[in-house]
Design a protein around this ligand. Structure first.
Ligand SMILES: [Zn+2]
Length: 162
């Protein structure tokens, strides 16, 4: 088998289209630079920049538990147990929140972190399904209507203001 010079054969190109912005991302092995691909339990796929923050919704007790679980040594454990709620909140902001976000499983996010599931953003697929349902129209009927109404694609674009 011939391999291209300088080509790393165990690396593969990857891409995804953000359900929120419609923007496409390309990268290698799921690495898209500054952003990460996030997916929710309902199959929405979006740039992590749109992910709803949940860290701030964690209770102080949850944060303390996370810190105790991930602390480096016995001294940490003692300090985290003895810390006031204010200290926990401060340490969380200073150095723990980022670790917590990094630890998240971006491919199985809860609905609470998905802007589409929370109806804060809409994806074209959902809008399309909603409109078809609420106009009691099927894709086929819509196509028939489009053919009847417009003599060219250009006319159609003009009618929708594009
Ligand atoms: Zn979702």
């Amino acid at each position: 088998m011939k391999t291209r010079q300088g080509f790393v054969s165990n690396s593969s190109s990857s891409s995804f289209v953000c359900d929120v912005s419609g923007e496409g991302y390309e990268g290698w092995d799921g690495d898209y630079g500054d952003i990460r691909q996030a997916c929710c339990a309902n199959g929405h796929s979006f740039s992590s920049e749109y992910m709803l923050a949940e860290g701030s919704q964690l209770s102080t007790a949850d944060k303390r538990s996370y810190m105790l679980e991930h602390g480096d040594n016995d001294r940490d454990t003692v300090a985290f147990k003895a810390a006031t709620e204010g200290q926990i909140e401060q340490w969380w902001l200073d150095e723990w929140e980022e670790d917590y976000e990094d630890d998240l499983d971006y491919f199985d996010l809860s609905e609470a972190k998905c802007p589409i599931c929370q109806f804060q953003k809409a994806c074209d697929r959902d809008i399309m399904a909603y409109l078809l349902k609420h106009t009691a129209t099927s894709r086929e009927e819509m196509l028939t209507n489009l053919r009847r109404e417009f003599s060219s694609y250009r006319d159609f674009l003009a009618s929708i203001g594009k």
